[in-house]
Design a protein around this ligand. Structure first.
Ligand code: PSU
Ligand code: MN
Length: 324
């Protein structure tokens, strides 16, 4: 079925039937990105994780919608066969905002980053999105100007992104500064510190803290009424049992970033290169942590989407006086 023509993406948008039904009935839906599948994890752990994350969202009472560009169509929800094809494919385009139309126009397979997934989710009418970590301001950005388009997308597109903060391979203080400048609320879930992907504590305070999905849903409902509002970043720390403490991961990250610089790896290739290198250096432990944190984010995103759907239902049926 074709989606609504929001942002002009309507003609190329295809909502999987289950996703379309859930949206039409006002049930909870959680969007999922696909760059983590094609560029973030090795085969076959990538497809296993993608399936597991979808199952986690279902267990939380929401419908998963993994997003990718295939054959010139922007899919909102992938069949299991399409998911596996994407996970196995070589040469998939990593699509951020700048690349999405190219993948769609040429028919090349494209996986979506946080930025492109937000665009697609919003066009389809999905308000909540789970991922691993967002892109941000890279170390040395003062000379390289390498700042992920994820930050601009968070500023402009009204989707709630649930992530385990940002990877410590980025410059986290600068990332938080840019998010503030661009008007993006950053909320740590269940703790005061901004999490750093593999580690629970970046050593930086998050601007805000919320402890329940209901509180976050209330914020989203309120923000949805504000003109020109953009996204919200919910920073959810990796479960304690799965974290790699900052002291252990720091030297590995430094080594991987130094190697990327020495080999002249730049632009879109930086994050995949550094992630692969960290995987080697930690002998796979970084991947175990990565999988655990994505699943943890999927569970929280499902709770937020369920709380949001319940609120919207209540406001339609007039049960919440504040919403009438
Ligand atoms: N998290 C991972 N692996 C990834 C990414 C995040 O564990 O590959 C991806 C996300 O899709 C994110 C993107 O949006 O990296 C950021 O890339 P860039 O810095 O080029 O914008
Ligand atoms: Mn970049």
């Amino acid at each position: 079925m074709l989606g609504k023509d929001i942002n002009g993406l309507g003609p190329v948008l295809r909502l999987e039937e289950e996703v379309a039904d859930a949206l039409a009935e006002g049930r909870a839906v959680v969007a999922l990105e696909s760059t983590i599948i094609t560029h973030g994890m090795p085969w076959p752990r990538n497809v296993e994780t993608a399936r597991q994350v979808e199952a986690d969202i279902r267990a939380g009472g929401a419908v998963p919608a993994t997003i990718a560009a295939l054959d010139g169509v922007l899919h909102i929800g992938l069949s299991d066969g399409a998911l596996e094809r994407l996970a196995r494919a070589e040469g998939v385009m990593k699509c951020s905002r700048a690349d999405l139309a190219i993948a769609l126009a040429t028919g090349r397979p494209g996986s979506t980053t946080v930025a492109a997934t937000m665009m697609a989710a919003h066009a389809a009418g999905i308000a909540v999105f789970a991922t691993g970590g967002i892109g941000g301001v890279h170390r040395g950005a003062e000379t390289s100007f390498d700042i992920s388009a994820d930050l601009d997308e968070l500023a402009r597109t009204p989707v709630c992104v649930v992530a385990a903060g940002a990877k410590a391979l980025l410059d986290l203080p600068k990332t938080l500064e840019v998010l503030e400048t661009r008007g993006v609320p950053v909320i740590a879930h269940g703790q005061d510190a901004f999490p750093a992907f593999w580690s629970r504590d970046s050593g930086l305070a998050a601007p805000y803290r919320m402890d329940t999905a209901e509180e976050i849903a209330e914020l989203l409902a309120l923000r949805a009424r504000m003109a020109g509002h953009g996204g919200v970043l919910v920073a959810n720390p990796v479960p304690e049992a799965d974290e790699i403490p900052p002291a252990e991961i720091a030297s590995v990250i430094d080594q991987a970033v130094a190697e990327a610089t020495a080999r002249g790896v730049g632009g879109k290739a930086v994050t995949p290169f550094v992630l692969a290198m960290i995987y080697e250096l930690t002998r796979g432990r970084s991947l175990v942590t990565n999988i655990a944190l994505v699943r943890n984010n999927a569970r929280l995103a499902a709770r937020i989407a369920v709380a949001l759907a319940a609120r919207e239902h209540a406001s339609r049926t007039g049960r919440l006086a504040s919403d009438v």
